[in-house]
Design a protein around this ligand. Structure first.
Ligand code: FES
Length: 396
């Protein structure tokens, strides 16, 4: 191995030294309030983005697409850039308590540069936030979003050149962004999308995907209808056989995004493909609606539990259902816990279990060894099996 060194002449060194002395002498004695590099980082990764709703489109009953544009009057003059597949947290205040929910960005990175994001939000049963948003949000409303977050994006270093994307229902949204990014030249991989819907009428963004498929030979879209048999569509569910039918014989990654029931079914089918674990990625954001039905759920005889929570110098005992996560119970009782992904991935809600027994579904158990040993839990994916006592490090 050779080593090259650049040697500065004595004259050049003295010149540089003098220049530095001059800059120090002329510098203000006042401490700087901000640094350009920090300002730049804040613009790229803002904690909050203050936006206005520019447009609302109803895609089908119970599903709307919201367009957000920056609100310079409240300090946001651009959309922070993102990687197709990432999500934004939506913050809303209901009955005096601020809660957040993550939603995948359905618009493209190019459209963010042009000045807007879109989120497609579907009403979910018992969905506190989705119901509020669908019933109340209208054009012109002020909203508060997080910066782009999440790791459900394509990485050429980690993923295969071909990605088989499995989507169900409104889980199509990150794939819409990814497909658009391929057409715009922002991403470069082969996408084979298997999209499960109940019937043709329930397919979201059908025309848009037809257009994208026509625009790029890197995109192949297969619609799978569970309740309807129709020419031009696959019928049934997304099975290992169906994936094999469309997947290449060479190496490929699998990305999955859809409702909870879909994961339970599709994960077993993916196992049959014998892929290495690193080639299978799930978008985990979103809540688990009840542990019953989870393969490894041990169950409990207690219909209700008491959860005693300490936050800073306050301590409170609330009652909740064993079918709600610890976070859901706390929120239903007016106690807000810091949260982003709500799926055990980001670690923002990490708390301390002091006593009691809990269940954490294996698929979303993001605890580290130290957490297992010393009682660290993520309340967003932790279900009580007995009365509990926990410590939440801080609350908003
Ligand atoms: S909110 Fe992300 S781990 Fe709980």
């Amino acid at each position: 191995m050779t080593e090259s060194k650049s040697v500065m002449s004595d004259g050049a060194f003295r010149e540089q030294l003098q220049e530095r002395r001059d800059r120090i002498d002329s510098a203000s004695s006042q401490a700087r309030k901000s640094f350009p590099v920090n300002d730049f980082a804040r613009r790229l990764h803002p904690v909050r983005q203050y936006m206005k709703i520019g447009k609302v489109t109803e895609l089908e009953p119970g599903t709307k697409c919201f367009r957000f544009v920056p609100d310079p009057a409240r300090g946001t003059d651009q959309c922070a850039p993102f990687l197709a597949g990432q999500y934004l947290d939506v913050y809303i205040t209901i009955n005096g308590m601020t809660v957040s929910r993550p939603y995948s960005i359905s618009s493209s990175p190019k459209e963010a540069e042009e000045g807007f994001y879109e989120l497609t939000i579907k009403y979910v049963d018992d969905g506190l936030v989705s119901k509020y948003v669908l019933d109340n949000w209208k054009e012109g409303d002020e909203v508060e979003l997080s910066g782009p977050e999440g790791s459900f994006f394509y990485s050429p270093l980690r993923d295969a050149r071909t990605v088989v994307c499995l989507a169900g229902g409104s889980g199509i949204t990150p794939f819409l962004s990814l497909a658009q990014a391929i057409v715009d030249g922002y991403e470069d991989f082969q996408m084979i999308l298997l999209y499960g819907s109940r019937s043709e009428d329930h397919i979201l963004y059908k025309d848009k995907f037809d257009e994208l498929e026509k625009a790029s030979d890197k995109i192949k879209v297969v619609h799978v209808l569970s309740d309807e048999e129709k020419a031009g569509y696959e019928h049934g569910f997304i099975t290992a056989d169906l994936i094999r039918k469309y997947a290449p014989s060479s190496e490929y990654s699998v990305f999955v995004c859809g409702p909870q029931q879909m994961y339970r079914f599709v994960d077993k089918e993916i196992e049959k493909l014998g892929l290495q674990q690193k080639f299978v990625r799930h978008e985990l954001f979103g809540e688990i609606h009840g542990p019953a039905g989870m393969e490894d759920y041990p169950g409990t005889d207690m219909p209700e539990v008491k959860i005693t929570v300490s936050i800073r110098d306050t301590r409170k005992t609330v009652t909740g259902s064993v079918n709600d996560s610890v976070m859901q119970t706390l929120e239903k009782n007016g106690i807000s816990v810091p949260a982003s992904c709500r799926s055990g991935e980001c670690g923002l809600c990490r708390s301390q279990l002091v006593s009691g027994e809990v269940y954490v579904p294996k698929a979303v158990d993001g605890r580290r060894l130290a957490d297992l040993k010393f009682g660290g839990i993520h309340p967003c994916v932790t279900f009580p099996l007995s009365d509990l006592e926990i410590i939440v490090p801080y609350a908003k």
